[in-house]
Design a binder for this molecule. Structure first.
Ligand SMILES: Cc1ncc(COP(=O)(O)O)c(C=O)c1O
Length: 405
């Protein structure tokens, strides 16, 4: 069914009827998509460098995904977790093979996967006969919006309003090895980290820090939880950022791109950490339903057919090469961070009047490019992994020009 609403209609209704969580959005009424482009109600195409915030890994309108969803919708959309469904089990097997983890629980979002991870970590220590409550996370991290995950999120702007927050959470200054060494003791249930922080503006941890975190967890018995919700699904050029960093966590979480746009999250655990849950400890009505799992399996099939993980690495190199000439200490671009198609561009404060948001607005208005701005000085790129060389070249040229205006 085609929508007949105009942008103005929807904006007026939105202002009246939605909880005001998103404020005013970008002035685009998205009604369709094709490849890396979003299409509005007038047929205008926008090159989508946000990719649904790292969700539309296959781009928009992927034929295999649409066909699999239509086929599965005609057979079975949902059944309860009181019965078996084949796609859930096959997906668990495929994800364990792809990530090196042993067991999976399916949720519906990233926050839910992380919520399960925190419960599993505490549950593990209870099952070991020595309960531990402390959860350590990094400053500037982002782990979700449920009460526990927003508390693990090391950004007071997201959680302080909702006090009293669940107890037991503390924050480590991002990347500080000394602080990590001091904080890790045998009261710590788990340490939860993004290897490349996404929401804060694409900030990678060093390999040394991550190796130290693994060693200290081994020494103290704390579980290492790696949040791959943004960095996973091939985005960095490896299927998981853990593979890029050569670290095996005890617990890993995935979501975002896993369903190619269909909501699904996954909590993955080593055989040992999986002991933290016994029947009745955790569950989900929708988690792992046949439609979502069929979607995720099709996404994995498309990764294999199109070689998307390797492509993300190559595409990221092309972006970097095209943007590198604009990098200098004086600006307009002072740094390119990240890996593969998870890129942060740091702008020089002095050379970008209006900051990153002004550059974002210029790209949207003049070039039809959708890009994410974070704070005053960062642009974030999380495009579909199917972005073409031509699109990368066009976007890079437009970004450099927009920075120089
Ligand atoms: C690293 C990370 N963890 C967790 C989340 C929360 O995921 P969701 O919005 O699906 O709950 C996000 C979302 O941006 C994220 O980037």
């Amino acid at each position: 069914m085609e929508s007949t609403y105009t942008l103005g209609d929807v904006q007026a209704l939105d202002a009246r009827r939605h909880l005001n969580t998103f404020g005013s959005r970008l002035p685009i009424l998205a009604v369709a998509g094709e490849g890396s482009c979003l299409i509005d109600e007038n047929g205008r195409r926008y090159l989508d460098l946000i990719g649904g915030i790292a969700v539309n890994v296959l781009g928009h309108g992927n034929a295999a995904l649409s066909a699999a969803l239509a086929d599965q919708a005609g057979r079975l959309i949902h059944c309860s977790n009181l019965v078996y469904n084949p796609w859930q089990t096959v997906l668990a097997e495929r994800l364990c093979e792809a990530t090196g983890m042993d067991r999976v629980f399916f949720a519906n979002s990233g926050a839910e996967a992380n919520e399960g991870a925190l419960k599993l970590a505490r549950g593990y220590h209870v099952e070991q006969g020595r309960p531990r409550a402390r959860v350590l996370s990094a400053t500037d991290s982002f782990h979700g919006r449920t009460l526990a995950t927003v508390t693990a999120t090391g950004q007071p702007k997201y959680n302080r309003k909702f006090a009293p927050l669940p107890p037991g959470f503390s924050y480590l200054p991002f990347g500080d090895e000394e602080a990590l060494t001091q904080a890790m003791d045998d009261d710590v249930a788990c340490l939860i980290l993004e290897l490349i922080q996404g929401e804060s503006g694409i900030h990678p941890l060093s390999r040394e820090y991550v190796a130290l975190a693994r060693r200290l967890c081994d020494k103290t018995g704390a579980l290492l939880v790696i949040d791959e919700i943004q960095s996973g699904m091939g985005r960095t050029g490896c299927f998981t950022a853990c593979q890029l960093y050569d670290v095996r966590p005890d617990i890993m979480t995935l979501a975002k791109g896993l369903g190619g746009g269909v909501p699904i999250g996954a909590l993955l655990a080593s055989e040992e950490a999986a002991r933290g849950f016994v029947p009745g400890d955790h569950g989900s009505t929708f988690g792992g339903n046949p439609l979502a799992c069929r979607a995720a399996l099709t996404v994995l099939d498309e990764y294999e057919r199109l070689g998307l993980t390797a492509r993300a690495g190559e595409a990221g190199k092309r972006f970097r090469a095209a943007l590198a000439p604009a990098v200098s200490d004086e600006g307009p671009l002072v740094e390119i961070r990240g890996a593969g198609l998870m890129l942060g561009l740091e702008l020089a404060t002095a050379t970008t009047a209006g900051g990153a948001a002004a550059v974002r607005n210029r790209l949207l208005a003049e070039d039809g490019i959708l890009i994410n701005s974070i704070g005053q000085t960062t642009l974030r790129l999380l495009p579909p992994l199917v972005i073409t060389d031509e699109e990368i070249d066009f976007a890079s040229r437009a970004i450099v020009e927009a920075l120089q205006k």
